[in-house]
Design a binder for this molecule. Sequence first.
Ligand code: NAP
Length: 417
Amino acid sequence: MFGERMKLPVNGTKISVQNNKLVVPDNPILGYIEGDGIGPDITRACLRIWDMAVKQAYNGKRKIHWAELFMGEKAAGKFNGNYFPDETIDALKEIIVSIKGPLTTPVGGGFRSLNVSLRQVLDLYACVRPVRYYSGVPSPMRHPEQVDIVLFRENTEDVYSGIEYQSGSPEMRKIEKFLKEEMGATFFDDAGIGIKPISPFGSKRLVRKAIQYAIDNNRKNVTLVHKGNIMKFTEGAFRNWGYELAREEFGDSTITEDELWDKYDGKQPEGKIVIKDRIADITFQLMQLRPTEFDVLATTNLNGDYLSDAIAAEVGGMGIAPGANIGEHVAVFEATHGTAPKYSNLDKVNPGSLLFSGVSMLEYIGWTEAAELIKTNYPKVIEKKIVTYDFARQMENATEVSTSGFADALIEQIEKG
Ligand code: NAP
């Protein structure tokens, strides 16, 4: 996998897994994929910021050794037109922790989204989206600082699993016949048909990750978001399996919302995480009206897709919303926006989404001091109104800077402390 076309840094040491935990050396090799469109601009800027934060936090005793991995257009150039080389997939597994910029989905030719393929091939079953507010960032909310949640979205099941049959196709006719004649289902003729599988295995491993995160990060509650009032055996089952998992595997550290009221008179006991559930549509409303009631969310795939973007909008939008796709250990952190091709190579866009994905990556490997340096210094730059174009157009008297100019300002701020 590593060789002439993709090089492993010589001085770094690979992260490993022992006793089900990551073992991170002081000189870890982390992977990065620049991505297409605006990817190279934001990646260049962020690599400088992350490296500086690590240097400052550990006085040079720790250092990331970056391995550039190839996917998307850059891969096609190096691997004879292959956008998704096996070598890169193997490298992502071997290096364990990586970060990527956005990738173009080539249109036509039956090409699946590279992002979707990546999640499936590496079984990155949890899409993790932390959403919190940084002061100074323009927001449509009156109290955006009340939003501080981490959303765990199931990544492999639901209507996104690709089991879909086109109206009029022989496959669709076969299923239509089976459903109508054998199962007594009724629906309009010629309907395209999509299947929504939700399994105990898929639901439980996602909820397990969400609860473990809540425990590790001193969060207060985990909300199972579902549409179980309508779809009882898929969405409703997700909810039930979530409670079951919490009871069976985290019985000592969790209580249900019912128990909170029945046994504890509504006062959350120290060291217990409250497991509750909310219907998806209500959750959208509550995330605007009473966001403080939410901490960690665990959702099915489609609900989580909508909800994560909606919540991100409350604290500044896609330009700064970070994300990650995580499997048992292998994790690929990523900017959540696309390649914004009209801004390619203009050194113009907001690096925030990739930047904060990198912050989550630093937290994932346990380098919280470096992550903290970025989190505390970022708002100081924004409060000075030194921002990229997207924030500048929402602020009065802002100083608009380029992507690299923003990185310079943040690095200077981190150095100053
Ligand atoms: P997009 O690339 O996210 O861009 C849509 C708009 O969002 C941009 O025109 C820009 O708005 C704003 N935007 C995105 N990133 C920004 C940033 N870093 N800073 C400031 N503003 C930013 O969505 P798209 O145009 O629909 O998709 C383009 C390509 O990206 C497609 O090939 C799509 O498949 C791919 N895509 C990839 C990923 C991924 O790799 N994770 C995700 C989504 C889409 P203004 O023009 O208003 O300034």
